[in-house]
Design a binder for this molecule. Structure first.
Ligand code: MLC
Ligand code: AMP
Length: 508
C-alpha cells in the first residue's frame, strides 16, 4: 500500500534537495534540507517516546521558528494530528481549545507552561513540553537524545493530518478536520498552477498557525525543494532587505499596502520576483493597480479557506489577472453559486459560493450538527462568501453572508466579541462591526448601549476588561456609546447602518 502521509510526499522532495539550504533566517543559523530531515526524524522519535500515537492531537502554541516547522513535520511523520494555535490567544481561549482538542501532547513556551499546566483540561495530556522563539526548548533537548532514524507512519488519504480551529458565526470555534489528501492534493495543484521550480526562493513572513503560512507557503516550497528566506514575522525593513533575493512572495494584503507605503520599495526591490501571491482577505483593486505601477508585477490574487485550502486563483501562466477578482476554480476543484434555498444560480448572479473537490475538509471535529449545516447533500461545502461567477468562470467575491470581520488576514467573529462585551456590567447591548482600515483592511469597532438605569463603562474600561479574555487582534480598536442600536422591523440590529455611520473612523 502506498503511503498517503503528506510527510512521505514532502520527504521525497526534501531528499532530492540534498544539502541545499531550506531555511535562511534573518538572524542566526538556518537549516539545510538534510538537516531538516534529520531533526524531524529525531523529533518524531521524541513524540513516540512521549506517548504520541497515530491519530493523537498535538496542540502547539509557539512563536514561529524553524524548529516549529520540524515539529509540524514530525507530527505528520508519526501519523498524529497537528493542532496549531494563534500565539495571540489568551489562556482563557487556550482553555477552550485544549478542552475541545484533547491533545496527548501540548507544546508552549516555558513562560506559559505553568499557566497551561494549571488548566484542568490540560490534565488529559500525557505531557507538556516547551519551545521558545529562538527554536530551543525541551522538545529539542529530548529529540537530541533520540536516533535520527524513523520510519514514516503509513496513513490513508482520509486520515486526519491537522486540526485547525476556525471561529463560528454562532457559538464557539470549530475544529476543521483536514486530511492528508486535502493537503497533498492542494499543494500539488498549486506547485503546478503557479509554476514552482527547484530554483525558486520564497520569502516567508506569514505566521505558521494558519492555512496561508503553514500550508500554502510551506508546502509549495518544501515540495519544490526551495530555499525559504525565513522571517519570524512581517517586518517592513527586513522584507525590503530580503525581497531582492526572492523569486516568490506570499502575503496578506496588509503586507503589500505596507510595502507600497515605503519609498524604498521599487521595481529594483522586486528584480528577481516572478510570482507575488495575495490572499486571506480582499486585495483592493487600487492596491493591485498601485503595485503594478510601482513594480511592473501583477499580483496573483487567490481565494481560500481553512476548511478548503485554496479554491480559486488568478492565472499565472495563461490569462489575465483581473484586479478585484479571485480568478478561476483550481484544477480538480468545482465551484457554484447558489441562492438561499440551495438552487444553483446562473452565471453573473450573486449568491453564496459552494465548493467541492479533494481539497475540501472532512467536517468539524466532534460536531456533526455543524458539519451537516455547512455541507449540501451532494457534498458541496457552503463557504458563506457571496460571489459572482462570470460566464467564463471567473469568480469575484462581492460580500459575506456570514457576519465576519477580516483584520490584517485574521478572522474575527463579531458574535464572540459581542458575548464578551455584553457580559461587562453596565453594558446594555453591543454590536461589533468591521470598518475600513488603511493598514488592516478592516478594523474592529464596537457600538454599545448602557444597561437601563446604569452608566456604561468607558472605552478604556471595556478594552481593559477584554484584555485577558480575547486575543489583541479581536479587541475593538474603538468603542462608541449610543442611546439605541438601529434595528429593522424584525428587531434585528442593522449593522450596515452602523458601518455607514462610522465608516470614516479609521481613515488615514
Ligand atoms: C496585530 N495586531 C492586529 C493585527 N495584527 N490588530 C488587528 N488585526 C491584525 N491582524 C495588533 C497588535 O497586537 C498591535 O497591538 C497592533 O495591532 C499593531 O501591531 P503591528 O506591530 O502593526 O502588527 P504586526 O505584528 O505587524 O502584525 C500585522 C500583520 C499580522 C498583518 C503582519 O497580523 C499578520 O501577519 N497577519 C497575517 C494573518 C494570516 O496569516 N492570515 C492567514 C489566515 S489563513 P498593540 O496595541 O499591542 O500595538 C486564511 C485562509 C486563506 O485566511 O485564504 O489564506
Ligand atoms: P479563514 O477562515 O481564516 O480560512 O478565512 C477564510 C475567509 O477569508 C474566506 O471565507 C473569505 O471570506 C476570506 N478570503 C480569503 N481569501 C480571500 C480573497 N482573496 N478575497 C476575499 N476574501 C478572501
Amino acid at each position: 500500500m502506498t503511503n498517503a502521509n503528506l510527510y512521505a510526499r514532502l520527504d521525497t522532495a526534501m531528499q532530492a534537495a540534498g544539502t541545499k539550504p531550506a531555511f535562511v533566517p534573518t538572524a542566526g543559523n538556518g537549516l539545510r534540507y538534510d538537516q531538516v530531515r534529520s531533526v524531524t526524524a529525531r523529533l518524531a522519535n521524541m513524540l513516540v517516546a512521549r506517548g504520541v500515537r497515530p491519530g493523537d492531537r498535538v496542540t502547539v502554541q509557539v512563536e514561529k521558528s524553524i524548529t516549529a516547522v520540524c515539529l509540524y513535520l514530525a507530527v505528520l511523520k508519526v501519523g498524529a494530528v497537528y493542532n496549531p494555535l494563534n500565539t495571540a490567544y489568551t489562556t482563557a481561549e487556550l482553555d477552550y481549545f485544549i478542552g475541545d482538542a484533547e491533545p496527548s501532547l501540548i507544546v508552549v513556551p516555558k513562560a506559559v507552561k505553568a499557566a497551561v499546566a494549571a488548566l484542568p483540561v490540560a490534565r488529559t495530556a500525557k505531557a507538556i513540553e516547551t519551545l521558545e522563539a529562538d527554536g530551543t526548548g525541551s522538545i529539542l533537548d529530548l529529540a537530541f537524545a533520540q536516533s535520527d532514524l524513523h520510519q514514516t507512519v503509513v496513513r490513508t488519504p482520509k486520515d486526519m493530518a491537522a486540526l485547525l480551529y476556525t471561529s463560528g458565526t454562532t457559538g464557539r470555534s470549530k475544529g476543521a478536520m483536514i486530511s492528508h489528501e486535502n493537503l497533498v492534493s492542494n499543494a500539488e495543484t498549486l506547485v503546478d498552477y503557479w509554476g514552482f521550480g527547484a530554483q525558486d526562493v520564497l520569502l516567508h513572513a506569514l505566521p505558521i498557525f494558519h492555512v496561508h503560512g503553514l500550508f500554502v507557503a510551506l508546502h509549495t516550497a518544501l515540495m519544490s525543494g526551495n530555499t525559504m528566506l525565513w522571517h519570524a514575522k512581517f517586518d517592513l525593513d527586513a522584507a525590503l532587505a530580503d525581497l531582492p533575493k526572492a523569486t516568490v512572495m506570499m502575503g496578506v494584503p496588509t503586507f503589500y499596502t505596507r510595502l507600497l507605503g515605503s519609498k524604498h520599495f521599487s521595481a529594483e526591490t522586486c528584480r528577481k520576483l516572478r510570482l507575488v501571491i495575495a490572499g486571506s482577505a480582499p486585495l483592493l483593486a487600487e492596491t493591485h493597480i498601485a503595485f503594478k505601477a510601482r513594480t511592473g508585477l501583477d499580483i496573483v490574487e487567490r481565494y481560500g479557506m481553512t476548511e478548503t485550502g485554496m479554491i480559486t486563483s488568478n492565472p499565472y501562466k495563461d490569462g489575465e489577472r483581473v484586479a478585484g477578482t479571485v480568478g478561476f476554480a483550481l484544477p480538480g476543484v468545482s465551484v457554484r453559486v447558489t441562492a438561499a434555498d440551495g438552487k444553483a444560480l446562473p452565471a453573473g448572479e450573486p449568491g453564496v459560493l459552494e465548493v467541492s473537490g479533494p481539497n475540501v475538509f472532512a467536517g468539524y471535529w466532534r460536531n456533526p450538527e455543524k458539519t451537516k449545516e455547512e455541507f449540501r447533500a451532494d457534498g458541496y461545502f457552503i463557504t458563506g462568501d457571496v460571489s459572482v461567477i462570470a460566464p467564463d468562470g471567473r469568480v469575484s467575491i462581492v460580500g459575506r453572508a456570514k457576519d465576519l470581520i477580516i483584520s490584517g488576514g485574521y478572522n474575527v467573529y463579531p458574535k464572540e466579541i459581542e458575548d464578551e462585551i455584553n457580559a461587562i456590567p453596565g453594558v446594555g447591548e453591543a454590536a461589533v462591526i468591521g470598518l475600513p482600515h488603511p493598514d488592516f483592511g478592516e478594523g474592529v469597532a464596537a457600538v454599545i448601549t448602557a444597561a437601563p438605569g446604569q452608566t456604561a463603562p468607558t472605552e478604556a474600561e471595556i478594552i481593559g476588561r477584554l484584555a485577558g479574555r480575547l486575543a489583541k487582534f479581536k479587541q475593538p480598536k474603538c468603542v462608541f456609546l449610543v442611546a439605541e442600536l438601529p434595528r429593522n422591523a424584525m428587531g434585528k440590529v442593522q449593522k450596515a447602518e452602523l458601518r455607514k455611520t462610522y465608516n470614516g473612523t479609521f481613515a488615514g
